[in-house]
Write a protein that binds this ligand. Structure first.
Ligand code: PXP
Length: 253
């Protein structure tokens, strides 16, 4: 552990299955099936499944979300942009959690955190019916105090801190930058928790970067996709998840 504080609870591992759908869609057929991956992940001890229904449906499809809602026994964390179309889908399915992410058509993946502070009123109205429907609302944002305060003001239950700047700097060998980014995540995890927000982290996490984030006592959930699905190609999904879980548990001990 990095600080004197005890972890707030077991650190949950959410598996993001988007990239199984990316491979499926490369051939336009129905193989490999992301629902099969979700089922395997669930059986291998995932604490939740994350899926991002993008506006352009480039990976996860509407039918995948229907299937996940029917099949999962662990919570679904439904990632979506703040659009009327996605709000209607969330209200129809009422998943356990709805994670609001920024989305630009041209990006390869979710590039930055959501600009909550600038869109506070709009987002407050956007998430209100989703919360009233019984979903927990999570907001994906940079490790930035202004954004976390705004997420709190609009009534979000959860903040997922964007771990990408830390993970990317680390994997590119820019260790000073990585340390600075990690320090921001650490400070903002404590700050968000002090406001009563549940703190999660995600994006870009690998075996090499997971431990310092898993060690943060306020962080309750990590959402990991690309690396685990990539590693599954070489060693299988269950062993890839088991190795991640082992590193998380070691960091938390
Ligand atoms: N959390 C959020 C909000 C994301 O948008 C993503 C990427 O879809 C992830 C977690 C998982 O990131 P990665 O696939 O890099 O592990």
């Amino acid at each position: 552990m990095q600080s004197g504080m005890k972890p707030l609870g077991k650190l949950r591992l959410g598996i993001n299955i988007d990239h199984v759908a990316t491979v499926r869609n490369a051939r336009g057929g129905d193989y490999p099936d992301p629902l099969r991956a979700a089922k395997m992940a669930q059986e291998a001890g995932a604490d939740g499944i994350t899926a991002h229904l993008r506006e352009d449906r480039r990976h996860i499809s509407d039918a995948d979300i229907d299937g996940l809602m029917e099949m999962l026994t662990v919570p679904l964390n439904f990632e979506m942009a703040a659009t009327a179309e996605m709000q209607a889908i969330a209200l129809r399915h009422k998943p356990h959690a709805v994670c609001i992410v920024p989305e630009k058509r041209e990006e390869l993946t979710t590039e930055g955190g959501l600009e909550v502070a600038r869109e506070e009123n709009k987002l407050a109205h956007f998430i209100a019916p989703i919360r009233e429907a019984g979903c927990r609302v999570s907001i994906f944002i940079a490790a930035d105090m202004r954004q976390i305060e705004a997420a709190h003001r609009i009534g979000a239950d959860i903040v997922e801190i964007h771990a990408g700047p830390y993970c990317d700097a680390f994997s590119e060998g820019h260790y000073d930058v990585a340390n600075d980014e990690l320090a921001k995540i650490k400070e903002m995890a404590a700050f968000g928790h002090s406001l009563g927000l549940e703190m999660h982290a995600g994006h870009g996490i690998t075996y090499d970067t997971v431990k310092p984030i898993a060690a943060l006592p306020e962080v309750m959930e990590l959402n990991i996709g690309h690396f685990i699905i990539g590693e599954a190609i070489f060693i299988g999904l269950t062993p890839a998840m088991a190795q991640m879980r082992r590193l998380m548990d070691e960091a938390r001990a």
